[in-house]
Ligand binder design. Structure first.
Ligand code: ZN
Length: 73
């Protein structure tokens, strides 16, 4: 087995990762970048970084179920 096939390169930091995360952003009407689409394959560390940025900016009602996991303990 080749080592190259089991690693991916993060498109943000250039680091190696075993399993890729992804960041997708689509701009439409109302945006200066109308029609632009960003699809990045990123590592877990970059995913965490962007996740925390978006979690900070995003209202609680739009967050995924994962953030409710402490409920009911
Ligand atoms: Zn990265």
């Amino acid at each position: 087995m080749s080592v190259q096939n089991t690693h991916f390169i993060c498109e943000i930091c250039g680091g190696y990762e075993m399993v890729l995360s992804s960041l997708n952003l689509r701009c439409n009407y109302g945006s200066e970048n109308d029609g632009e689409e960003l699809k990045l394959r990123i590592c877990g560390k970059c995913a965490d970084r962007y996740m925390s940025v978006f979690n900070e900016k995003t209202q609680e009602k739009y967050r995924g179920d994962k953030h409710k996991r402490t409920k009911g303990l």
